[in-house]
Design a protein around this ligand. Sequence first.
Ligand SMILES: Cc1cc2nc3c(=O)[nH]c(=O)nc-3n(C[C@H](O)[C@H](O)[C@H](O)COP(=O)(O)OP(=O)(O)OC[C@H]3O[C@@H](n4cnc5c(N)ncnc54)[C@H](O)[C@@H]3O)c2cc1C
Length: 570
Amino acid sequence: MNFKHDIVIVGAGLAGLRAAVECVEEADVAVVSKVLPTRSHSGAAQGGITASIGNEEEDHWEWHMFDTVKGSDYLADQDAVEIMVKDAPRVIYELEHMGVPFSRNKDGKIAQRNFGGHTSEYGKKPVKRACYASDRTGRVVLDTLYDQCLRHRVKFYQEHYVLSLVFEDKKCAGLITYDLSSGELNLIEARAVLLATGGCGRIFKTTSNGFASTGDGLNLAHRAGIPLMDMEFVQFHPTGLYPLGILVSEAARGEGGILRNSLGERFMERYAPTVKDLAARDVVSRAILTEVREGRSFEGGYVHLDLTHLGEKKIIERLWEITSFVRIYLGIDPVYEPIPVYPTCHYLMGGIPTDTDGRVLQDESDAIAQGLYAAGECACVSVHGANRLGCNSLLDTLVFGRRCGMAMKADISKIEHQPVSDEPLEKAKEMLAGLLYHKGYEKIDVVRRNMQSLMMDYCSVFRDEEGLKKELESIRSLKMRFNDVEIVDKGKNFNYELMEAIELGHQLDLAEVILLSALYRKESRGAHFREDFPVRDDTNFLKHTLVFKGQEVRYKPVVITRFQPEARVY
Ligand SMILES: Cc1cc2nc3c(=O)[nH]c(=O)nc-3n(C[C@H](O)[C@H](O)[C@H](O)COP(=O)(O)OP(=O)(O)OC[C@H]3O[C@@H](n4cnc5c(N)ncnc54)[C@H](O)[C@@H]3O)c2cc1C
């Protein structure tokens, strides 16, 4: 079938829905999502959204900006960070007016709590900056935005999987979707296409990410010739539930939780004497794994997150969801016993390069890819640089989702629908038939597990040249094996095996891009720690990596406005 809209948004997480709400009154807007919209990973966000509204103690956007830039290990573009942190208070009040039920403090104001790396007076002490709704912040914001979309009659193509982007005359003119419920292919033409497809944590064996976080949008753009930026920067969250990887939000430490090794020591005092357990995530993840390596962890390689001193009332009131996870999955009650934790793959700092209005950039000279936009975790504006601070991602999705919506509604008045040939639809049909009817010996699950283990072993918290090179070879041979995958289910209705095969193709491509970016960056910065180059090297590497199709690696400069790079001490 063929459909036509002014604007098509791929992704029903916070970035996609916020953009839709922004432009729906002035344009015909559709949202495509491979999962039911409210199942998007944004709904899993627990901790909160940062804004210097100062409801608990003095705060300023300049301090928020400093922390974000320092947290990014000076790789974030400071013009973009300034836009984000200045806009943050407006975002919170807007959400409140839309109906988000934020938790309140005793004065009846929106409550705020501590989160790692957020400080007052340029690093002097932790500050309460994260606004939250218990530990269900993402859930309530996602539901509220979804309600707003329904109210404004945004058209949803739910459980439609985007197979490819359509370019005509070098301009993005729409996309091809596969309707999971019927197995039908559709061409959706559009004057503007927004990719808001989230992250790719599922490339790694241990991850906090939902099953849908397979990085499709990133690779759709890459296959269409768009470079991917700073892909070596993959964040490991220090407190994944051992051994599952499910997230125990940083809110637990924000509320006073303490990390302890097998000797009972509060080991973060050694690694970050000022902010201790509230240091940035890359710092805490490395600290935990150093404790494990040096033999001060529990058997199996984990440490303890201790909440027992917080008391039942606080734990149940503020950390209810985390508590229920721990009780259900491990049979442990955090009110009385410490929680076993270890680092889990959590967030991709890199992504599709965009300007501060979400327009996709196609090279290091910042040339714009016509008709194509990106926002949220799949985009790289870049506000998180080499390491994202907690609660800055929901903010990023909402600030830049909205700006993208504004840019698209302004731009479409200048863009006509491009006539689209039959070719993209025919190609998609061929691709599906090729996958469905190929006789092979490999299983998706086996290739995927291999990839996930390799990424974990050689490209997670600690990396070095030997491991990265070895893994690159292994991923390339897995790509060959992927070509020999056989799909058993030939059905048309909800053929998840087919969808997973397509996702695996994206994941393998992205694994290669991540490895290449990591191999070429011969320094340590933020989440990218090279054991063979353990020091940050601003002379040679204070720059963004761009990996182009065909695996060509190029660089572009970082925008530095207010804060010159300094040593990063917490
Ligand atoms: C467990 C967890 C807790 C977190 N907690 C916090 C927190 O407290 N604070 C914070 O700031 N950040 C947090 N984060 C990070 C933050 O939640 C995410 O970065 C953010 O929500 C991403 O939003 P998004 O809109 O970019 O994408 P997502 O919410 O991931 O949505 C992606 C959308 O893209 C669609 N999609 C993808 N591929 C396709 C395709 N091929 N075809 C069609 N549709 C497609 C999906 O269906 C989905 O609708 C957390 C992340 C996790 C995993």
